[in-house]
Design a protein around this ligand. Structure first.
Ligand code: CTP
Ligand code: MG
Length: 230
């Protein structure tokens, strides 16, 4: 099955608060986006890459990819204002007849390792959906609207979700078709859409990596700089 990486890079980086969206910041000699794309360019199981960017960044990113001589990066497409709209744009860029896997990855996770990519791709041999995740270290509580504890789920069963998240194209397409038809649709990641709207499909959890952090706040920049500078 052809594995296509989808690099989600259409966000604004509001929480980081820099003038440029975080994927365009330079860390360890190149932009966060280039680090993320290159992790998939060098992975032997990935055949093609689609980069989803803000509509006004398509030309700039196409020029960046050309200048770097990326060979797998074939599509640069416009995303939406919510993350899920960027995922949907990628799904729609492929025809329903294409038998392929889409491996979604946050551009804001530039430290993703080849091993984590392999774990997700490997799980798709058997499962229609897979996500990288790591064991949760903090105790997590569920709060009520009034700010008191509703419940404390047992930590041993909790995981922190990362990307990559991989799917058979037909599975993620079916999940979003149902989700977009639901007036109460809300989601923060792609697996959540499969879990909610295709409950018949088991989602395989594979090992992520503690270093596969998402650049979110300015203190993350120092950690990412350190991880990428060796
Ligand atoms: N993303 C996207 N399209 C959006 C929103 C997010 O492609 N409309 C991408 C981001 O570029 C990022 C990834 O999804 O690589 C994870 O999102 P997040 O960390 O929330 O990034 P931002 O939305 O850019 O940051 P913030 O929420 O702080 O504004
Ligand atoms: Mg966001």
């Amino acid at each position: 099955m052809k594995n296509i990486a989808v690099i989600l890079a259409a966000g604004k980086g509001t929480r980081l608060g820099e003038s440029l969206p975080k994927q365009y910041l330079e860390v360890a000699g190149k932009t966060v986006l280039e680090h993320s794309i290159e992790a998939f360019e060098r992975h032997p199981a990935i055949e093609e890459i689609c980069v989803v960017v803000a509509p006004d960044c398509c030309e700039k990113v196409a020029a960046l990819c050309h200048a770097n001589g990326y060979r797998k990066t074939r599509k640069i497409i416009a995303g939406g204002s919510e993350r899920y709209e960027s995922s949907v744009a990628a799904i729609r860029a492929y025809s329903a007849d294409d038998e392929c896997n889409l491996i979604f990855h946050d551009a804001a996770r530039p430290c993703v390792s080849a091993e984590v990519i392999s774990n997700v791709v490997g799980a798709l041999a058997e499962f229609s959906a897979a996500t990288a995740a790591i064991a949760t270290t903090d105790t997590i509580l569920e709060a009520t609207d009034n700010g008191v504890v509703a419940s404390i789920p047992p930590r041993a069963r909790l995981r922190n979700v990362q990307t990559p998240q991989g799917f058979r194209l037909n599975a993620i397409r079916r999940a979003y078709e149902a989700g977009l038809a639901d007036p109460a649709f809300v989601t923060t990641d792609d697996c959540g859409v499969v879990a909610r709207y295709c409950p018949d499909l088991p989602i395989r959890i594979v090992d992520g990596d503690r270093n596969n952090i998402k650049l979110t706040y300015s203190e993350d920049l120092r950690t990412i700089q350190r991880l990428l500078s060796h």
